[in-house]
Write a protein that binds this ligand. Structure first.
Ligand code: GMT
Length: 373
Protein backbone atom coordinates (compact mmCIF):
# COMPACT_ATOMS: atom_id res chain seq x y z
CA UNK A 1 0.00 0.00 0.00
CA UNK A 2 0.98 3.64 -0.41
CA UNK A 3 0.22 5.38 2.85
CA UNK A 4 0.22 9.07 3.75
CA UNK A 5 0.73 9.91 7.43
CA UNK A 6 0.11 13.27 9.08
CA UNK A 7 0.95 13.98 12.72
CA UNK A 8 2.41 16.64 14.98
CA UNK A 9 6.11 16.08 14.30
CA UNK A 10 7.16 16.85 17.87
CA UNK A 11 8.42 14.91 20.87
CA UNK A 12 4.80 14.20 21.94
CA UNK A 13 3.48 10.65 22.11
CA UNK A 14 1.15 10.95 19.11
CA UNK A 15 4.05 12.05 16.88
CA UNK A 16 6.20 9.21 18.19
CA UNK A 17 3.49 6.60 17.57
CA UNK A 18 2.76 7.95 14.06
CA UNK A 19 6.43 7.98 13.11
CA UNK A 20 7.18 4.53 14.49
CA UNK A 21 4.10 3.18 12.73
CA UNK A 22 5.25 4.69 9.42
CA UNK A 23 8.75 3.28 9.79
CA UNK A 24 7.40 -0.17 10.67
CA UNK A 25 4.99 -0.12 7.71
CA UNK A 26 7.88 0.81 5.39
CA UNK A 27 9.91 -2.09 6.77
CA UNK A 28 7.00 -4.35 5.92
CA UNK A 29 7.20 -3.24 2.29
CA UNK A 30 4.71 -0.36 2.13
CA UNK A 31 5.56 3.06 0.80
CA UNK A 32 5.08 5.71 3.46
CA UNK A 33 4.77 9.46 2.88
CA UNK A 34 4.87 11.75 5.91
CA UNK A 35 3.03 14.99 5.25
CA UNK A 36 3.79 17.36 8.13
CA UNK A 37 4.99 20.92 8.76
CA UNK A 38 8.37 19.68 9.93
CA UNK A 39 10.33 16.45 9.69
CA UNK A 40 9.26 14.13 12.51
CA UNK A 41 12.20 13.96 14.89
CA UNK A 42 12.69 10.21 14.55
CA UNK A 43 13.18 10.47 10.76
CA UNK A 44 16.67 11.88 10.90
CA UNK A 45 18.20 8.91 9.07
CA UNK A 46 17.48 7.60 5.59
CA UNK A 47 14.89 4.83 5.49
CA UNK A 48 13.97 2.86 2.39
CA UNK A 49 10.41 3.59 1.17
CA UNK A 50 9.96 6.54 3.58
CA UNK A 51 9.42 10.06 2.23
CA UNK A 52 8.82 13.41 3.85
CA UNK A 53 6.73 16.19 2.30
CA UNK A 54 6.80 19.54 4.09
CA UNK A 55 3.55 21.47 4.27
CA UNK A 56 4.33 24.92 2.87
CA UNK A 57 2.59 27.89 4.39
CA UNK A 58 1.26 30.49 1.97
CA UNK A 59 2.36 34.00 2.92
CA UNK A 60 0.40 37.04 1.79
CA UNK A 61 0.04 40.40 3.55
CA UNK A 62 -3.73 39.95 3.75
CA UNK A 63 -3.43 36.70 5.73
CA UNK A 64 -3.13 37.81 9.30
CA UNK A 65 -3.42 34.23 10.58
CA UNK A 66 -1.73 31.11 9.26
CA UNK A 67 -3.96 28.82 7.26
CA UNK A 68 -2.39 25.52 8.22
CA UNK A 69 -5.51 23.41 7.73
CA UNK A 70 -5.81 24.59 4.12
CA UNK A 71 -2.08 24.35 3.43
CA UNK A 72 -2.14 20.77 4.74
CA UNK A 73 -5.19 19.98 2.60
CA UNK A 74 -3.42 21.21 -0.53
CA UNK A 75 -0.33 19.16 0.26
CA UNK A 76 -2.41 16.04 0.96
CA UNK A 77 -4.15 16.45 -2.40
CA UNK A 78 -0.85 16.91 -4.23
CA UNK A 79 0.92 13.99 -2.55
CA UNK A 80 -2.08 11.68 -2.94
CA UNK A 81 -2.30 12.43 -6.65
CA UNK A 82 1.36 12.22 -7.52
CA UNK A 83 2.39 9.42 -5.18
CA UNK A 84 -0.81 7.46 -5.80
CA UNK A 85 -1.67 7.10 -2.13
CA UNK A 86 -4.28 4.56 -1.05
CA UNK A 87 -4.68 5.73 2.54
CA UNK A 88 -4.41 9.05 4.37
CA UNK A 89 -3.81 8.30 8.03
CA UNK A 90 -4.28 11.32 10.31
CA UNK A 91 -2.89 11.17 13.85
CA UNK A 92 -4.57 13.58 16.29
CA UNK A 93 -7.93 14.66 14.89
CA UNK A 94 -7.61 18.43 15.04
CA UNK A 95 -7.15 19.84 12.46
CA UNK A 96 -5.78 16.85 10.53
CA UNK A 97 -9.08 14.98 10.11
CA UNK A 98 -10.64 18.13 8.66
CA UNK A 99 -7.85 18.49 6.09
CA UNK A 100 -8.18 14.81 5.16
CA UNK A 101 -11.93 15.24 4.69
CA UNK A 102 -11.40 18.24 2.40
CA UNK A 103 -8.67 16.42 0.46
CA UNK A 104 -10.96 13.45 -0.08
CA UNK A 105 -13.75 15.73 -1.32
CA UNK A 106 -11.35 17.27 -3.83
CA UNK A 107 -9.88 13.95 -4.95
CA UNK A 108 -13.15 12.02 -5.09
CA UNK A 109 -14.14 9.55 -2.39
CA UNK A 110 -13.38 6.57 -4.64
CA UNK A 111 -9.72 7.58 -4.92
CA UNK A 112 -8.61 7.59 -1.29
CA UNK A 113 -9.54 6.25 2.16
CA UNK A 114 -9.08 8.40 5.26
CA UNK A 115 -8.24 7.14 8.74
CA UNK A 116 -8.23 9.21 11.93
CA UNK A 117 -6.39 7.97 15.00
CA UNK A 118 -7.48 9.65 18.21
CA UNK A 119 -4.68 10.10 20.71
CA UNK A 120 -6.27 11.82 23.68
CA UNK A 121 -6.74 15.54 24.12
CA UNK A 122 -7.91 15.85 20.52
CA UNK A 123 -11.07 14.10 21.74
CA UNK A 124 -11.14 14.77 25.48
CA UNK A 125 -10.15 18.44 25.52
CA UNK A 126 -9.64 20.38 22.27
CA UNK A 127 -12.53 18.80 20.39
CA UNK A 128 -14.86 19.59 23.27
CA UNK A 129 -14.36 23.35 22.95
CA UNK A 130 -17.91 24.48 22.15
CA UNK A 131 -16.75 26.16 18.95
CA UNK A 132 -14.86 23.05 17.79
CA UNK A 133 -17.38 20.40 18.80
CA UNK A 134 -19.56 20.42 15.64
CA UNK A 135 -16.45 20.43 13.45
CA UNK A 136 -14.85 17.59 15.40
CA UNK A 137 -18.02 15.53 15.26
CA UNK A 138 -18.34 16.13 11.53
CA UNK A 139 -14.70 15.28 10.83
CA UNK A 140 -14.98 12.02 12.78
CA UNK A 141 -18.31 11.02 11.29
CA UNK A 142 -16.80 11.57 7.84
CA UNK A 143 -13.56 9.66 8.33
CA UNK A 144 -13.62 6.33 6.51
CA UNK A 145 -12.15 4.73 9.62
CA UNK A 146 -11.41 5.83 13.16
CA UNK A 147 -9.11 4.22 15.68
CA UNK A 148 -8.46 5.10 19.33
CA UNK A 149 -5.40 4.17 21.35
CA UNK A 150 -7.28 2.76 24.35
CA UNK A 151 -10.69 1.35 25.28
CA UNK A 152 -11.19 4.35 27.52
CA UNK A 153 -10.70 6.79 24.63
CA UNK A 154 -12.85 4.72 22.29
CA UNK A 155 -15.79 4.62 24.70
CA UNK A 156 -15.44 8.23 25.83
CA UNK A 157 -15.37 9.47 22.22
CA UNK A 158 -18.39 7.44 21.14
CA UNK A 159 -20.47 8.68 24.07
CA UNK A 160 -19.28 12.29 24.03
CA UNK A 161 -19.74 12.86 20.33
CA UNK A 162 -22.71 10.49 20.03
CA UNK A 163 -21.21 8.84 16.99
CA UNK A 164 -23.08 6.18 15.03
CA UNK A 165 -19.93 4.88 13.41
CA UNK A 166 -17.64 2.45 15.17
CA UNK A 167 -14.18 3.19 16.49
CA UNK A 168 -11.57 0.44 16.44
CA UNK A 169 -9.30 0.16 19.45
CA UNK A 170 -5.68 -0.29 18.39
CA UNK A 171 -3.41 0.31 21.35
CA UNK A 172 -0.10 2.12 21.25
CA UNK A 173 2.94 -0.06 20.85
CA UNK A 174 6.64 -0.26 21.53
CA UNK A 175 9.63 -1.95 19.96
CA UNK A 176 10.52 -4.22 22.87
CA UNK A 177 13.85 -5.10 21.28
CA UNK A 178 14.92 -1.46 21.49
CA UNK A 179 13.14 -0.64 24.75
CA UNK A 180 14.57 -3.42 26.89
CA UNK A 181 16.33 -3.87 30.21
CA UNK A 182 20.11 -3.59 29.98
CA UNK A 183 22.44 -5.64 32.16
CA UNK A 184 24.96 -2.94 32.85
CA UNK A 185 23.91 0.56 32.01
CA UNK A 186 26.58 3.19 31.50
CA UNK A 187 24.52 5.94 33.17
CA UNK A 188 23.68 4.14 36.39
CA UNK A 189 26.88 5.03 38.19
CA UNK A 190 26.71 8.60 36.94
CA UNK A 191 23.19 9.18 38.25
CA UNK A 192 23.47 7.14 41.45
CA UNK A 193 27.13 6.96 42.50
CA UNK A 194 26.25 5.36 45.86
CA UNK A 195 23.82 2.90 44.33
CA UNK A 196 20.78 4.96 45.33
CA UNK A 197 17.40 3.92 43.91
CA UNK A 198 16.45 5.89 40.80
CA UNK A 199 12.95 7.18 40.08
CA UNK A 200 12.32 8.46 36.53
CA UNK A 201 9.59 10.55 34.96
CA UNK A 202 9.25 11.64 31.33
CA UNK A 203 6.77 14.20 30.10
CA UNK A 204 6.15 17.52 28.38
CA UNK A 205 5.82 19.21 31.80
CA UNK A 206 2.30 20.39 31.11
CA UNK A 207 -0.05 20.87 34.11
CA UNK A 208 -1.99 17.66 33.27
CA UNK A 209 1.18 15.65 33.95
CA UNK A 210 1.34 16.90 37.57
CA UNK A 211 5.13 16.84 37.68
CA UNK A 212 5.11 18.60 41.09
CA UNK A 213 3.43 15.43 42.44
CA UNK A 214 6.42 13.42 41.24
CA UNK A 215 8.74 15.77 43.14
CA UNK A 216 6.66 15.79 46.34
CA UNK A 217 6.37 11.99 46.26
CA UNK A 218 10.10 11.67 45.71
CA UNK A 219 10.79 14.00 48.62
CA UNK A 220 8.80 11.66 50.89
CA UNK A 221 10.55 8.57 49.53
CA UNK A 222 13.85 10.23 50.34
CA UNK A 223 12.90 10.24 54.03
CA UNK A 224 13.14 6.41 54.03
CA UNK A 225 15.33 5.35 51.11
CA UNK A 226 18.44 6.92 49.54
CA UNK A 227 17.23 7.85 46.07
CA UNK A 228 17.68 10.05 43.01
CA UNK A 229 15.05 11.55 40.72
CA UNK A 230 15.50 11.94 36.96
CA UNK A 231 13.10 14.31 35.22
CA UNK A 232 13.22 13.97 31.46
CA UNK A 233 11.53 16.42 29.10
CA UNK A 234 10.66 20.07 29.20
CA UNK A 235 7.64 22.32 29.15
CA UNK A 236 5.66 25.06 30.87
CA UNK A 237 5.84 23.66 34.44
CA UNK A 238 9.59 23.18 34.51
CA UNK A 239 10.47 26.42 36.34
CA UNK A 240 7.80 25.75 38.96
CA UNK A 241 9.27 22.27 39.43
CA UNK A 242 12.81 23.59 39.80
CA UNK A 243 11.54 26.06 42.41
CA UNK A 244 9.76 23.31 44.27
CA UNK A 245 13.00 21.31 44.49
CA UNK A 246 14.70 24.38 45.98
CA UNK A 247 11.83 24.84 48.48
CA UNK A 248 12.04 21.20 49.53
CA UNK A 249 15.87 21.37 49.68
CA UNK A 250 16.26 18.30 47.50
CA UNK A 251 18.10 19.82 44.51
CA UNK A 252 21.18 17.66 44.98
CA UNK A 253 19.03 14.55 44.51
CA UNK A 254 17.10 15.71 41.45
CA UNK A 255 18.32 16.03 37.87
CA UNK A 256 16.40 17.90 35.20
CA UNK A 257 17.67 16.26 32.04
CA UNK A 258 15.56 18.18 29.50
CA UNK A 259 14.63 16.60 26.17
CA UNK A 260 16.68 13.47 25.63
CA UNK A 261 17.32 11.15 22.73
CA UNK A 262 19.09 8.61 24.98
CA UNK A 263 15.79 7.72 26.62
CA UNK A 264 16.27 3.95 26.61
CA UNK A 265 19.65 4.21 28.33
CA UNK A 266 18.23 6.53 30.97
CA UNK A 267 15.19 4.35 31.62
CA UNK A 268 17.31 1.21 31.70
CA UNK A 269 19.48 2.87 34.37
CA UNK A 270 16.41 3.61 36.51
CA UNK A 271 14.41 1.51 38.99
CA UNK A 272 10.90 2.96 39.00
CA UNK A 273 8.73 5.18 36.79
CA UNK A 274 6.10 7.66 37.97
CA UNK A 275 3.14 8.93 35.96
CA UNK A 276 0.78 10.87 38.28
CA UNK A 277 -1.20 12.50 35.41
CA UNK A 278 -4.68 13.92 35.74
CA UNK A 279 -5.47 13.15 32.09
CA UNK A 280 -3.98 10.39 29.97
CA UNK A 281 -5.63 8.41 27.22
CA UNK A 282 -2.92 5.75 27.23
CA UNK A 283 0.39 6.76 28.82
CA UNK A 284 3.00 5.82 26.25
CA UNK A 285 5.78 6.93 28.58
CA UNK A 286 4.67 4.31 31.14
CA UNK A 287 4.79 1.63 28.44
CA UNK A 288 8.31 2.70 27.43
CA UNK A 289 9.40 2.35 31.05
CA UNK A 290 7.66 -1.01 31.50
CA UNK A 291 9.39 -2.40 28.41
CA UNK A 292 12.69 -1.48 30.09
CA UNK A 293 11.60 -3.48 33.15
CA UNK A 294 10.51 -0.59 35.37
CA UNK A 295 7.47 -0.97 37.62
CA UNK A 296 5.17 2.06 37.31
CA UNK A 297 3.39 4.10 39.96
CA UNK A 298 0.57 5.95 38.26
CA UNK A 299 -2.89 7.37 38.70
CA UNK A 300 -6.01 5.49 37.68
CA UNK A 301 -7.03 8.06 35.11
CA UNK A 302 -8.20 7.43 31.53
CA UNK A 303 -6.45 4.59 29.75
CA UNK A 304 -3.54 4.20 32.18
CA UNK A 305 -5.01 1.11 33.93
CA UNK A 306 -5.11 -0.62 30.53
CA UNK A 307 -1.32 -0.33 30.53
CA UNK A 308 -0.24 -0.41 34.18
CA UNK A 309 -1.89 -3.20 36.17
CA UNK A 310 -2.34 -2.51 39.87
CA UNK A 311 -0.31 -4.81 42.16
CA UNK A 312 1.17 -6.59 39.16
CA UNK A 313 3.24 -4.27 36.96
CA UNK A 314 3.18 -1.41 39.47
CA UNK A 315 0.70 0.44 41.62
CA UNK A 316 -2.19 2.78 40.97
CA UNK A 317 -3.25 5.62 43.28
CA UNK A 318 -5.82 8.40 43.14
CA UNK A 319 -4.80 11.71 41.60
CA UNK A 320 -2.71 13.74 44.05
CA UNK A 321 -2.37 10.98 46.66
CA UNK A 322 1.28 11.68 47.30
CA UNK A 323 1.49 9.76 50.58
CA UNK A 324 0.18 6.60 49.00
CA UNK A 325 2.46 6.89 45.98
CA UNK A 326 5.45 7.38 48.26
CA UNK A 327 4.43 4.34 50.37
CA UNK A 328 4.18 2.24 47.22
CA UNK A 329 7.63 3.36 46.06
CA UNK A 330 9.22 2.61 49.43
CA UNK A 331 7.52 -0.79 49.50
CA UNK A 332 9.00 -1.71 46.14
CA UNK A 333 12.43 -0.39 47.05
CA UNK A 334 12.57 -2.32 50.32
CA UNK A 335 11.10 -5.63 49.18
CA UNK A 336 13.46 -7.12 46.64
CA UNK A 337 11.34 -10.14 45.77
CA UNK A 338 8.30 -7.98 45.10
CA UNK A 339 10.34 -5.50 43.09
CA UNK A 340 11.72 -8.27 40.87
CA UNK A 341 8.27 -9.79 40.34
CA UNK A 342 6.81 -6.40 39.36
CA UNK A 343 9.74 -5.55 37.11
CA UNK A 344 9.42 -8.88 35.28
CA UNK A 345 5.65 -8.51 35.00
CA UNK A 346 6.03 -5.00 33.58
CA UNK A 347 8.43 -6.18 30.90
CA UNK A 348 6.28 -9.25 30.15
CA UNK A 349 3.12 -7.16 29.74
CA UNK A 350 4.87 -4.77 27.34
CA UNK A 351 6.10 -7.71 25.25
CA UNK A 352 2.88 -9.75 25.36
CA UNK A 353 0.36 -6.95 24.82
CA UNK A 354 2.02 -3.99 23.14
CA UNK A 355 4.91 -5.17 21.03
CA UNK A 356 5.27 -3.40 17.68
CA UNK A 357 5.22 -6.74 15.84
CA UNK A 358 1.77 -7.51 17.23
CA UNK A 359 0.18 -4.07 16.79
CA UNK A 360 1.39 -2.84 13.39
CA UNK A 361 -0.36 -5.73 11.56
CA UNK A 362 -3.62 -4.55 13.18
CA UNK A 363 -3.26 -1.22 11.37
CA UNK A 364 -2.40 -3.06 8.15
CA UNK A 365 -5.58 -5.16 8.36
CA UNK A 366 -7.57 -2.06 9.25
CA UNK A 367 -6.35 -0.35 6.05
CA UNK A 368 -7.01 -3.49 4.00
CA UNK A 369 -10.57 -3.69 5.27
CA UNK A 370 -11.20 -0.06 4.32
CA UNK A 371 -9.71 -0.54 0.87
CA UNK A 372 -11.90 -3.55 0.21
CA UNK A 373 -15.14 -1.60 0.86
O1 GMT B 1 -2.94 14.75 24.07
C1 GMT B 1 -1.95 15.48 24.18
O2 GMT B 1 -1.98 16.58 24.69
C2 GMT B 1 -0.65 15.07 23.64
C3 GMT B 1 -0.68 13.69 23.06
C4 GMT B 1 0.58 13.63 22.30
O3 GMT B 1 0.62 14.08 21.17
O4 GMT B 1 1.55 13.17 22.89
O5 GMT B 1 -0.70 12.69 24.09
C5 GMT B 1 -1.68 11.73 23.94
O6 GMT B 1 -1.24 10.73 23.03
C6 GMT B 1 -0.27 9.80 23.52
C7 GMT B 1 0.04 8.82 22.39
O7 GMT B 1 -1.10 8.14 21.95
C8 GMT B 1 -0.85 9.08 24.75
O8 GMT B 1 0.10 8.16 25.24
C9 GMT B 1 -1.13 10.13 25.84
O9 GMT B 1 -1.73 9.47 26.94
C10 GMT B 1 -2.10 11.17 25.30
N1 GMT B 1 -2.17 12.28 26.26
C11 GMT B 1 -3.30 12.58 26.91
O10 GMT B 1 -4.33 11.97 26.77
C12 GMT B 1 -3.21 13.74 27.84
Amino acid sequence: MNIGITCYPTYGGSGVVATELGLALAERGHEVHFVTYDRPFRLEHFHERVYFHAVEMAKYPLFEFDMYTLALTSKLVEVTQYEKLDILHMHYAIPHAVSAYLARQILGAENIRTVTTLHGTDSTLVGLEPSFLPLMRFALANSDGITAVSRFLREKTISTYQLDCDIAMIPNFIDTEVYAPRESCKYREMFAPNDEKIIAHTSNFRPVKRVPDVIRTFSKVLESVPAKLLLIGDGPDRSECENLCRELSICEHVRFLGKQDALVDILAASDLFMLPSQSESFGLSALEAMACGLPVISTSIGGIPEVNQHAETGYIAEIGDIDRMARYAVELFTNEAKYTAFSEAARRRAVDMFDIKKIVPLYESFYERLLST
